[in-house]
Write a protein that binds this ligand. Sequence first.
Ligand code: FAD
Length: 391
Amino acid sequence: QELDKYTGVVEDCCCDYETVNSLNREVLHPLLQELVRTPFFRYFKVKLWCDCPFWPDDGMCRLRDCSVCECPENEFPEPFRNSLKHNLPSDNLQCQEGKPQAIVDRTLDSITFRGWIEADNPWTSDDETDNSEMTYVNLLLNPERYTGYTGPSARRIWDAIYSENCPKYASGEACQEKKVLYKLISGLHSSISIHIAADYLVDEAANMWGENLEVMYDRVVHYPDRVGNLYFTFLFVLRAVTKAANYLEVAEYDTGNHAEDASTLLLMKRLLYNPKLQTACPLPFDEAKLWKGKSGPQLKQTLQRQFKNISALMDCVGCEKCRLWGKLQVLGLGTALKILFSVDSQNQPETSVQLQRNEVIALVNLLNRLSESVHFVHERGLLSEKLGNVQ
Ligand code: FAD
């Protein structure tokens, strides 16, 4: 009977589950998989040093002194070298919670990370201009997967996110805007859990990796609202990407490799103006319905403050690779929020959205993560169950 919940329109969105699944399988998933492998989208600029503003006593924050296995300085492109102040011992890996899979591989090739404009994002806390603390990570070398990060430290983050910054709404909650924030975070949480399940250390002694469907069922599939929130988040971010089409189709995808950069732009356009998407699900989420009430501006400020707190909480995530993906995905969500909620499309043309390079990278990588999760949950979870392939 559980499966009946995954038919019909995704709650608070404009497309149904079946359409999302087929669009994702046929169009979005393959396209996004290609896009995130391009030189432009595979490097992310990030401040990984733990600088947790909430629990200075957190044992995890001692990682600041030992969390990085630095590449030798000569491996870094020239522009970054001067800004790297942290010369940390490279052999001190036991500080990474003793879990090698949690370590971020910072190997870089010589592609320079060229800057875009620097514009503030009212939804996030990271200061992108703080170059002395930033480093560049090749995302392809650091897949989001099981890392062994669990227990009170991880629990404390999720608890703080949900209890203080986006409480679960009571059924019948009329305030759509508050629901959106909760659903976005819950959808992201589902997606993280699904990536853990999809790439799990199934046999630690043999260092064998594989799927762990039990984890996926126990944490996500058995909870229809968590699956629904995953689909909601996917559609919300998809809407943000397509709404910013005018901006994204003329953005600079320049990494110095003309052939590859041209193909990045081509892939981007295929995503932005996909005929199947435009026919089957032209408006994945309708943001025009929101912020209509009198208290709109005040409510927006409250939600912005809450989301900024969530963004700052990412500095307290005590496992490097989780922090990397946590920061990227929260920045991606913040970028989607900025596109959909900060630009008043009634008074300004949609082209007026200004994005930073890193925001675009986070947005597209987040969309890909969500697309992978929808794909996995559908193919390995819901569909398998329907076909009787699972317990
Ligand atoms: P948790 O996932 O910790 O969930 C805590 C509680 O939240 C649950 O008991 C439930 O009440 C509620 N909950 C769970 N899912 C949802 C949902 N979708 N919607 C609403 N409520 C929900 N671990 C890794 O191995 N790899 C990673 O890359 C990784 N990245 C992380 C990134 C961040 C930002 C954080 C905070 C943690 C990350 N973790 C990662 C840890 C991981 O998310 C879990 O916390 C950990 O695996 C322990 O899981 P758990 O079963 O105790 O429940």
